[in-house]
Design a protein around this ligand. Structure first.
Ligand SMILES: [Fe+2]
Length: 358
């Protein structure tokens, strides 16, 4: 999106010299902001720090006002600024913001809330080149929080990484309907469905334990379909020059699958599948009445919305898939996904699965 920054070429034409800015914090980010403001010919720059040891020389050299002792004692004595940058350590960020507002500042930029998760990411070795489902899911959180849409789209690449296919069954079955009927009967007669435990994402529905190892012809067929989905995803990686998903292709893997049965009002909260490389879902029974389009996507599978605790109400890159009986959808296990609640007397029954590296 280079064209969006064309105006930067003419930055000299803008006159910011009369602006007053305040920076709270004395770390590297605060210095970088100060340097940027100096480039804009802003001379009225005030920096508030607690002790100031690391930034004193910098302020003398650049002729910046430095107030030591912390924002708690200085904010009430300051005039209204054109812009306040809060670049404090995370634990005092909320206090600093509140005091700025209480003292009449109303043009406030809080620097990098995404850094909240930096330690978490580092501990998961995000800096290595390896494929780590949990770390990649957190990377999507960071990209949302820092409005880094370009990186988010590059991580998700829905067009290449999300696959939807109508399955084709072996000659053992005359049709997909016959396969679905046998699979439903198998689930009914052989699989215990359990109410979701409180720590699971499923609400108003039941979920089975692992079903892939049950010796039954219909499960052998299902496992073969999942195995083919793995092969298709691997083949697709040939066109994904060095994408992180390609780097994670497991040479050895096991299938893990389970059944999900949602009733009216049922849904699955946003989640990822931390143990998987590739995840997916096969739809064998759907309510007649589900959402008809993306404006009303009841019962659809929505991607790209992180878990609620991250506070991202308006995710940058979502995609909603309308399930169709007989279709299988696959996606990288690090994709955040959820089902949108639906209302119906009929059940929404699917087989979810992972390809797990071993
Ligand atoms: Fe899932």
């Amino acid at each position: 999106m280079i064209e969006n920054y064309e105006w930067l070429k003419n930055i000299e034409k803008f006159n910011f010299a009369s602006k007053k800015v305040l920076i709270i914090g004395g770390g590297e980010i605060a210095k970088q902001y100060a340097l940027a403001f100096l480039k804009f010919h802003i001379s009225d720059i005030t920096i508030i720090v607690k002790t100031g040891d690391s930034i004193s020389n910098f302020c003398i050299e650049k002729n910046l006002k430095l107030l030591k002792g912390g924002f708690e004692i200085h904010l009430s004595n300051l005039k209204k600024m054109d812009l306040v940058i809060i670049a404090t350590p995370i634990p005092i960020l909320i206090n600093a913001t509140q005091l700025c507002i209480d003292n009449g500042q109303d043009n406030i930029l809080i620097e990098k809330p995404g850094s909240l998760y930096s330690k978490e990411l580092l501990s998961l070795s995000i800096k290595t080149n390896s494929f780590n489902t949990r770390a990649l899911s957190l990377q999507a959180v960071i990209f949302n929080l820092t409005h880094n849409k370009e990186s988010l789209i590059s991580l998700y690449r829905y067009h290449d990484l999300l696959r939807v296919e109508q399955i084709s069954v072996s000659e053992r079955y005359e049709s997909i309907d016959e396969f679905n009927g046998e699979l439903l009967a198998f689930l009914k007669n052989n699989v215990k469905m359990l109410s979701a435990s409180p720590n699971k994402a499923t609400t108003k529905g039941t979920q089975s334990r692992s079903i892939n190892a049950i010796q039954d012809a219909v499960m052998i067929e299902m496992n073969a379909l999942i195995g083919r989905a793995y092969e298709t995803a691997v083949t697709g990686c040939q066109n994904l020059s060095n994408h992180v998903f390609s780097r994670g292709i497991p040479k050895n893997y096991k299938i893990e699958s389970w059944a999900v049965n949602l009733r009216s009002g049922g849904f699955q909260l946003p989640h990822v599948h931390p143990s998987g490389w590739l995840s997916g879902c096969y739809y064998l029974k759907l309510p007649d009445r589900m959402g008809l389009d993306s404006n009303s996507p009841e019962g659809w599978l929505e991607f790209g919305r992180p878990e609620e605790k991250y506070g991202i109400t308006d995710p940058l890159a979502t995609y909603a898939y309308q399930p169709i009986e007989g279709e299988m959808v696959t996606f990288p296990s690090y994709f955040w996904h959820r089902t949108v609640p639906f209302l119906s007397d009929e059940r929404r029954i699917s087989i979810a699965f992972d390809i797990r590296p071993i």
